[in-house]
Design a protein around this ligand. Structure first.
Ligand SMILES: Cc1cc2nc3c(=O)[nH]c(=O)nc-3n(C[C@H](O)[C@H](O)[C@H](O)COP(=O)(O)O)c2cc1C
Length: 191
């Protein structure tokens, strides 16, 4: 079974993280969820859904799901010897992205991202910020040069989205394409 670490930070776009987790769980992928404190707050604010209520509901429903405390640097995912396939931070704040770009691993999510880079596993960051200043751009370039992937939350419109959910599914579907998980979240061009 594939094992994915999903990070949810305090950038706008919690809906992407929520959908990502739910689709992976439905696809029998093992998900380890790590949210920052601001990630939880923005999630609850933007979605009018308490983060703990949502994640506890998933724990009851899925065996392939666990939640780690952001401050628990003793957790398995803090180590390169822990077997996981990738780390996806969606949405990713510029704060967390900047710290990862500069090798700062002061919480479990940043450490898991650092482990992914050093072990040459997939690290996918999904920023949602605009406009971007030079430090943001340089940090993204640093991560890309180190083997990470920057996939901005930029929905396309060529699949003729009708609803907000269609826009979200486009972004989530692009991430699934990248990690090679089949899906029908949007109609692919040419199909
Ligand atoms: C409602 C709300 C929306 C925000 N949206 C963004 C955003 O889109 N991108 C971003 O980089 N930061 C955004 N922020 C700021 C981050 O939450 C803030 O920088 C925080 O320190 C990030 O910490 P974290 O990476 O530990 O979650 C937002 C904050 C709030 C309250």
């Amino acid at each position: 079974m594939k094992k994915t670490i999903i990070g949810i930070t305090g950038a706008s776009g919690s809906i992407y993280g929520k959908r990502m987790v739910e689709v992976l769980l439905e696809n029998q992928i093992f998900v380890v969820l790590i949210a920052t404190e601001n990630g939880k707050k923005v999630f609850s604010y933007e979605l009018d859904l308490d983060f703990e209520f949502w994640s506890n509901g998933l724990k009851d429903k899925y065996e392939n799901f666990s939640v780690e405390d952001i401050d628990n640097l003793f957790a398995g995912v803090a180590s390169g010897s822990y077997d996981f396939d990738n780390v996806i931070i969606v949405p990713c704040s510029m704060g967390t992205l900047g710290k990862i770009a500069n090798g700062i691993s002061s919480n479990l999510l940043m450490r898991a991202a650092d482990v992914a880079l050093k072990e040459r596993r997939d690290l996918i960051l999904v920023p949602r910020e605009t406009p971007l200043h030079q430090i943001h751009l340089e940090n993204m370039l640093k991560i890309s040069r180190c083997g990470g992937t920057i996939m901005p939350a930029m929905p396309g419109f060529y699949h003729k989205p009708q609803t907000k959910e269609d826009l979200v599914d486009f972004v989530v579907g692009k991430i699934l394409d990248y990690i090679k998980i089949e899906h029908n979240l949007f109609n692919k061009w040419g199909k």
